[in-house]
Design a protein around this ligand. Structure first.
Ligand code: F6P
Length: 747
């Protein structure tokens, strides 16, 4: 638009100037013409009148004088006539201009003395008057009086204003025509061909069409099109080659790595073909409170921990809520940026939400409704109609944002979590060719529990827009199948583990999520050990047995029970006072919700009480570090810990358990793991607990501390093997393999 304005503005200025000058000249000519006509008319009338006036004055015929001036009473422009004697005294005046009598008329003397006509413009009341005064002479050429004719000239100005109006209307029409013509021309010669070329490029390089480029022009645009054609061809060939090579490299029995996942995605989906959606973004830009500078961080989130390595490995686009206060500074015109910010491997598209949307959709419906509904931790879910409305609105907003990005044919969309239950159906309705998977990162409750949600029907219907729904464990799949079976009209196929609703089939399968066991080892052991030792000194942990907890502050994590168990542990086993220290890393989370805010206070109070109860001048049992820790910062704590506690009251998987095991390459340390986590199904060698049983919990801490090194190593080796073999690349690979198989089946 700016370019068009730069082009249009000079033309419009020239046209406007030409028209204005032309208008001024036109008006001037017209004005002169009208005044000249008036002068002639006045002259002729005055000369005719002068003859009769000569006799009237000579004979002092007052009646004739009256008749004469009255004869002008009804004329339209000629307002009237005045007869004067040779001294300028009024003899007779037309009635309607009677007030003219009082006007000072110095020019009359000129008329008498110079025996000449005096004519000109004058102001009279609010009228613009033209007066024409002619001397009246007797036969001896002696001036005996004056006749004056008075004209109203306002019609001249009305005519001139009309002329200006016509000129302005013509000018506006011409300006409008110029704008329309320029826009049409530029659209025809620039916008349309460039649009066609862009569309062609998009489809051709992906191998979706084989047509020639659409530009017929042999000029500069044609040359550009031919360059674009070469690039498109090279890209297309490169894609095919990469996909072919990837296919050849794929070995089924090999351990899952970043490379193997990349090869699988390239071979099955093609380059950058994966579209991931989640609420939480993997990289967030925030303003540093101290320096005021924007910096990027990685949020504390299981979804991010699991999916970032997947996207790094295979590229693609991740669509998420841009929630960082400096996020807007770092996106391009389409709200996208390359991430990780220091090593662009995939695209992050940020979706902006208003405070009201975030409040209703994220804090309200997702986290005060669905989160406590699915985690059976006895926190009552809250369902508000206004939150549900926002939740629907935001799901639609994300659907629109994703639909804008999807390629022309058969895209793959991978949706994360309970924030987007309506999204699968919304996308499927616009793009039935899209293959859609949803991964549910939290537990799925039984039908009785789920049915208390007033919107269960819409939620299940939305989710069943998917081709595949994944849960961490079979138990949650079973709960989901049973929920659909009991609560909505559908057919459950227990052989295939699928649900058919309105003729569409959705497969339900477990895919236990995991961690990146490959790249987490990239940092040298030496530097990690150094960092760990630094922490040991800083926190005064030398010679201490170190326990560790790493959590978001959430009521599902069993943090209160953990502190109570530590308290009970020191009560029951006082020999460990001064010897054992528990380090808790805790990231504040969802603090805008009252339950979370209150929980922070409860934990602070409980830790303070426990520390006060047991600590002495050299030792305190719990070190509570309440802030966000990046994955790089957490790693040395895992190294340092002698035991790690995961005491969730209910958890879909829990990746801290797997991260801890993955970090322990010296096979040292034990894991205390709640049996209510998904991870407990895989990590059977952990010391499994019921976190609600404080006695059992305290005894588990003792068992972890006293476990002989060989036993620790034996258990850790088995758990590490399980995590390594079932890492996050395998998780993503299994989902993509399943999806492509489903797609083939559909075709
Ligand atoms: O699956 C649960 C989850 O979405 C995980 O990503 C993460 O553990 C947690 O919730 C993060 O919560 P939030 O994104 O609301 O901070």
């Amino acid at each position: 638009m700016k370019r068009i304005l730069i082009f249009l503005l000079p033309i419009l200025i020239i046209v406007a100037v030409v028209f204005t000058v032309f208008g001024i000249i036109q008006v001037k000519i017209e004005q002169e013409k009208l005044m000249d006509e008036l002068y002639r008319k006045a002259k002729s009338v005055a000369e005719t009148t002068e003859v009769s006036v000569q006799h009237i004055i000579k004979d002092n015929d007052k009646k004739a004088a009256r008749r004469l001036v009255d004869s002008f009473q009804k004329r339209e422009r000629l307002q009237g006539c005045v007869l004067y004697d040779q001294h300028g005294k009024v003899l007779a005046i037309t009635e309607r201009i009677a007030e003219w009598q009082a006007k000072d008329k110095a020019y009359l003397q000129q008329v008498v003395e110079n025996r000449q006509v005096e004519a000109g413009m004058q102001k009279f009341k609010d009228l613009s008057i033209y007066s024409y005064a002619i001397p009246v002479m007797d036969d001896s050429e002696k001036v005996i009086g004056v006749v004056e004719l008075i004209y109203d000239t306002s019609y001249v100005y009305t005519r001139l204003a009309e002329l200006w109006r016509n000129i302005s209307v013509t000018l506006s029409i011409i300006v409008l025509l110029i704008i329309i013509i320029v826009l049409l021309i530029q659209r025809q010669i620039f916008v349309v061909p460039v649009k066609k070329l862009t569309e062609w490029f998009h489809l051709y390089q992906k191998g979706e069409i084989d047509d020639k480029h659409p530009i017929k022009d042999s000029g500069e645009l044609g040359k550009l099109a031919s360059e674009v054609e070469q690039v498109a061809l090279s890209l297309r060939v490169a894609r095919k080659t990469i996909a072919g090579e990837a296919q050849a490299r794929l070995k089924v029995d090999e351990q899952w790595t970043e490379t193997k996942l990349r090869d699988l995605v390239l071979a099955k989906l093609g380059e950058n073909a994966l579209f991931v959606v989640s609420n939480r973004e993997p990289y967030m830009h925030v303003l540093d409170e101290i320096t005021g500078q924007a910096k990027w961080t990685r949020p504390a989130s299981g979804v991010v921990t699991a999916l970032d390595p997947v996207l790094r490995a295979c590229g693609g686009t991740w669509v998420a809520h841009g929630s960082g206060n400096a996020d807007k500074k770092f996106v391009n015109s389409k709200n996208k940026l390359g991430v990780p910010p220091d090593d662009n491997r995939y695209i992050l598209k940020r979706v902006w939400l208003t405070k009201l949307e975030e409040e209703g959709y994220y804090y309200g419906f997702a986290n005060e409704g669905l989160w406590p509904l699915c985690h059976v931790t006895h926190t009552r879910p809250v369902f508000r109609e206004e939150d549900w409305e926002m939740y629907q609105k935001v799901n639609q907003k994300f659907a629109d944002s994703i639909l804008e990005e999807l390629p022309a044919k058969n895209p793959f969309v991978f949706i994360q979590d309970y924030h987007f239950t309506l999204l699968p159906r919304m996308i499927k309705e616009s793009r039935p060719d899209a293959t859609i998977a949803l991964f549910w990162h939290i537990p799925w409750p039984n039908p009785e529990v789920f049915s208390i949600c007033p919107y269960y029907q819409e939620i299940l219907d939305g989710m069943l827009g998917c081709d595949l729904i994944g849960f961490h464990v079979q138990f949650h799949c079973n709960n989901f199948l049973e929920t659909a079976n009991r609560l909505i009209e559908s057919r459950v196929d227990t052989e295939k583990f699928s649900i058919v609703r309105a003729g569409r089939e959705t497969v339900i399968k477990p895919f236990p999520i995991s961690v990146d066991t490959v790249n987490s080892k990239k940092e040298g052991q030496e530097s990690l050990n150094q960092k760990a030792e630094k922490i040991r000194i800083e926190l005064e942990l030398t010679d201490k047995i170190i326990g560790l907890g790493v959590e978001r502050i959430d009521y599902t994590k069993g943090l209160i029970e953990r502190v109570q168990a530590i308290d009970r542990f020191f009560e029951k086993y006082p020999q460990y006072k001064g010897k054992v220290v528990f380090v808790q890393l805790a990231a504040p989370s969802r603090t805008h919700i009252k339950r979370y805010h209150d929980l922070m206070g409860e934990i602070d109070e409980l830790i303070e009480k426990t520390n006060w109860k047991y600590s002495d001048t050299n030792w305190q049992p719990i070190i509570y570090l309440k802030r966000h820790f990046s994955p790089e910062e957490i790693l040395p704590y895992y190294k340092l810990a002698d035991f790690c506690v995961v005491s969730s009251l209910h958890d879909g998987m829990n990746l801290v358990a797997k991260e801890f095991v993955s970090a322990k390459d010296d096979l040292r340390g034990s894991l205390i793991l709640s049996r209510f986590t998904g991870a407990a199904k895989e990590l059977e060698q952990a010391i499994q607990i019921n976190p609600y049983s404080i006695e059992e919990f305290a005894a588990a801490i003792k068992q972890a501390i006293e476990m002989p090194r060989e036993e620790q190593a034996r258990r850790m080796a088995i758990m590490r093997k399980i995590v390594q073999e079932n890492n996050v690349y395998k998780w993503a690979g299994s989902i993509i393999t399943e999806l492509t198989a489903l797609k083939k089946e559909k075709a």
